[in-house]
Design a protein around this ligand. Structure first.
Ligand SMILES: [Zn+2]
Length: 47
């Protein structure tokens, strides 16, 4: 399941497979952004 968050109310919205109805269910805003996972950042050795 894809994780998004609303750009207006900052709430996390979980969308199902249907991509057509991309809309915040809380405030009705249509701009949702993909939720990034900061855990994926690679560690680089300084040496
Ligand atoms: Zn919203």
């Amino acid at each position: 399941m894809m994780g998004y968050y609303c750009l207006r109310c900052k709430r996390v919205v979980e969308l199902k497979s249907d991509y057509q109805g991309i809309r915040c269910p809380y405030c009705g805003y249509r701009a949702l952004k993909k939720e990034r996972s900061p855990v994926m950042v690679k560690k680089i050795k300084a040496i």
